[in-house]
Design a protein around this ligand. Structure first.
Ligand SMILES: *Cc1c(COP(=O)(O)O)cnc(C)c1O
Length: 446
């Protein structure tokens, strides 16, 4: 039996209809280097989605590899209650000054969804312990994505992932968020005054008394199709949350670590959240680890004599794993010493131009949106009416399959194709990936 047959005998792959694997069997990867994956048959794939947005500095980066190998011979893991280790201590003391101001206290979890869960619980318990036990609900934007465990799924607004589970989800307050491509106010990016913020303002005015936190993906709603909205919206949200005594939770799990051109997307709006969630790029995409980082005032609401029962009891077995911390420390060193963001900014201009030049005239390209090295191409049936394709046609999926045969991993979000490559992608790789993308769009749609 070959590897593919053995895989299909036992493995239930994530985010997949397994029956699709009948005509697109799993691609068994043997090794990887930089932006490229190599399968067991020696085929190469340029990983322009950073293996689900987590690979930050290329696969098998020499310095990250070295750091993890060195750590594994000293300490692989230790209980993190009462015990600590230098990789975690170094990570937090190095990261704190790089974060939006005021974020000084670090709670470790082991994946993005669990960091979101921790942030939600932390906010609710803060209000409970500071005289507002009635503040128990959460607010979130339409089309939000915050992960897939029950709490995280509850605040998410992508129906595809949550529809079936509604009976087990929390009753949250959903706010119509920005939708710049199909702006209901018919504004363009040039004359936008974030009129759409009125919905959030109104919901806060109505419900703030019972709301503990508003969670948001700063600037880029990733899973919704890389929807990008202006910093002004986030600024207004920060002000309104402060006014209404509601925590702002910034989910930078996808946008953190340079993806939007700044180290953190919040910097574009010069705002600090009350709680910041980080994962994905945190370890360079090497090991699962996440953080919920918060402020001194929130921390202090939990700090009391044991008998008061105010501790935050949230824990995960692998909290603060030293191997993951060693990878994260290496990532920080590389970001600081190798001019990664500066080079990525230069390359972002090139990439954006290249994608625009190659695709903007295509009659099924509705919009191209870009921030940092993230570029998304929304395909539509009718460009003038911004009408989507019927979802049963699975246009994005057809293009994805075609691109795989040509050596590019371009896994779309519905009919939104996107590039969110390692920050270290080369111009040759960009040229190749965009050429393949264009060919595949033409093959499938003509
Ligand atoms: C990926 C992601 C999550 C969930 O992280 P997991 O590690 O997959 O649980 C949460 N929020 C955002 C914005 C993400 O992109």
């Amino acid at each position: 039996m070959n590897w593919v047959e053995k895989d299909l005998q036992h493995i239930w792959h994530p985010c997949s209809q397994m029956k699709d694997y009948e005509d697109l069997p799993p691609i068994v990867i043997d090794h990887a280097q930089g932006s490229c994956l190599y399968d067991m048959n020696g085929n190469r794939y340029v990983d322009v989605v950073s293996s689900w947005w987590c690979n930050l500095l290329g696969h098998c980066n020499e310095r990250v590899n070295h750091a993890v190998k060195a750590q594994i011979d000293r300490l692989e893991h230790v209980i993190f209650a009462n015990f600590s280790h230098t990789p975690a201590i170094n990570l937090c003391s190095r990261l704190s000054p790089l974060l939006p101001p005021g974020l000084t206290k670090f709670l470790f979890t082991d994946n993005g969804s669990s960091a979101v869960e921790a942030a939600l619980k932390m906010s609710l318990q803060y209000h409970y312990q500071t005289g507002n036990p009635q503040k128990t609900r959460f607010m979130a934007l339409s089309n939000a994505y915050h992960g897939e465990t029950v709490g995280a799924l509850s605040v998410g607004g992508v129906d595809l992932y949550s529809r079936i589970y509604k009976p087990m989800l929390m009753d949250i307050i959903r706010v119509d968020g920005p939708d710049c491509y199909r702006c209901p106010y018919e504004k363009s990016r040039d004359n936008c005054q974030t009129e759409c913020f009125a919905a959030a303002e109104q919901a806060l005015a109505e419900y703030a008394d019972t709301v503990c936190a508003f969670i948001v993906e700063p600037l880029v709603q990733g899973a919704a199709g890389m929807k990008i909205y202006p910093p002004g919206y986030l600024k207004k949200l920060r002000q309104a949350c402060t006014h209404y005594h509601v925590h702002l939770i910034a989910d930078e799990i996808a946008t953190g670590f340079g993806r939007t051109g700044k180290l953190f997307a919040c910097e574009h709006a010069s705002v600090s959240p009350d709680i910041l969630c980080l994962s994905k790029g945190l370890t360079g995409g090497y090991l699962p680890m996440a953080l919920a980082v918060t402020t001194q005032p929130i921390y202090e609401a939990f700090y009391a004599d044991y008998s008061e029962g105010k501790a935050f009891l949230h824990s995960h077995t692998y909290s603060g794993n030293p191997l993951a911390c060693s990878a994260a420390n290496a990532v920080l060193s590389i970001l600081q010493e190798e001019r990664i963001l500066e080079t990525a900014a230069e390359n972002a201009k090139y990439f954006r131009q290249l994608i625009n030049d190659s695709l903007i005239r295509h009659k099924h390209v509705g919009e191209i949106r870009s921030i940092g090295l993230i570029n998304a191409i929304e395909l539509v049936a009718d460009r003038a009416g911004k009408q989507p394709f019927a979802s049963q046609r699975r246009i994005g999926y057809q293009i994805y399959k075609k691109a795989l045969t040509k050596g590019v991993l371009l896994r779309p979000l519905g009919d939104v194709l996107y590039f969110n490559p390692p920050l270290t992608i080369s111009r040759e790789e960009m040229d190749f990936a965009v050429r393949v993308c264009r060919e595949c769009i033409c093959d499938v749609l003509e």
